[in-house]
Design a binder for this molecule. Structure first.
Ligand code: AMP
Length: 279
């Protein structure tokens, strides 16, 4: 497995593979890998001859009061997991490699990023679309795999790829959970034992909403209320619990077509997100 740290090395390797007729799959991450990330690697391996996984804690997608400095990092562990998973190359650039000191060009999606995490994390998606554009230009993948854990992010990336004619196919993979239901996330490491126990209220609330939906409930307030009630009872601080249309993230009052029930909540200092599809 190669570890590539510069743009010329990464792009050169991708072009070497392409010249040999091999396709390149790509899994962008911020590292501190878990089974959710590895499920994306498996999908990329099924689809492509070669798999690149990037590890880059992208400073431009963090707000000034967010956890950039504290974000968990363990390259040695990530490297071992990638080797076992059969990754061909890890792209592991430094911040200075990705951003010139006078970097001043941004990629901005304008229709889908004003709600949910876009509303509670101003500037977050501008950082995401910019860094993913840069990574696509450096890795030149045929296929890129994103997780549905970040459902809004996946939709924004699909829109960006369509609107700006990136020559990459986007695959969105299922959300992977711990055995007890907690959505896997690198940020789960921050949780104390008590916070982790209380954070189960998020997935429990979402399961209740699914059960209500299956019994015929279609009213957004009732479905969101079930989730919010569980989280509040566990003393979580809710950022949002919202029902939105899956196609364009427009808030909806009723489940009429495919919708996303999305949650962000804090336990202690840790902000967690989760979601389910309904309809
Ligand atoms: P991150 O390292 O958190 O930026 O995530 C990198 C990629 O892994 C993104 O496409 C995420 O959506 C995906 N991912 C993270 N956690 C999960 C999970 N629990 N299930 C599926 N995909 C995930």
């Amino acid at each position: 497995m190669m570890i590539l740290r510069t743009t010329p090395e990464m792009r050169g390797q991708s072009r070497t593979w392409h010249r040999a007729g091999e396709s390149v799959g790509f899994v962008p991450t911020m590292g501190f890998l878990h089974e959710g990330h590895l499920s994306l690697v498996r999908i990329a391996k099924e689809r492509c001859d070669r798999v690149v996984l990037s590890i880059f804690v992208n400073p431009t997608q963090f707000g000034p009061n967010e956890d950039l400095a504290a974000y968990p990092r363990d390259f040695a562990r990530d490297e071992a997991l990638c080797r076992t998973a059969g990754v061909d190359a890890v792209f592991y650039p430094e911040v200075a490699t990705m951003y010139a000191p006078d970097h001043s060009t941004w990629v901005v999606e304008e229709a889908l990023t004003g709600v949910l995490c876009g509303a509670s994390r101003p500037g977050h998606f501008r950082g995401v679309t910019t860094v993913v554009s840069k990574l696509f230009h450096i890795v030149e993948p045929d296929v890129a795999v994103f997780g549905r854990k970040d459902a809004q992010q996946a939709l924004v990336i699909e829109r960006m790829v369509r609107d700006l004619d990136f020559a990459v196919e986007i695959v969105v993979a299922p959300l992977v959970r711990e055995a007890d239901g907690l959505a896997m996330s690198s940020r789960n490491k921050y949780l104390s034992a008590d916070e982790r126990q209380r954070a189960l209220s998020i997935s429990r609330g979402l399961r209740q909403a699914v059960a209500l939906y299956e019994r015929g409930e279609r009213v957004g307030a009732a479905l969101c209320g079930a989730v919010a009630g569980e989280i509040a009872a566990a003393a979580g601080r809710i950022d949002y619990v919202e029902l939105v249309a899956r196609a364009d993230l427009r808030p909806v009052a009723q489940v009429e077509g495919p919708v996303l029930l999305a949650v962000a909540a804090r336990f202690g200092a840790t902000r967690l997100i989760d979601n389910v599809f309904l309809g």
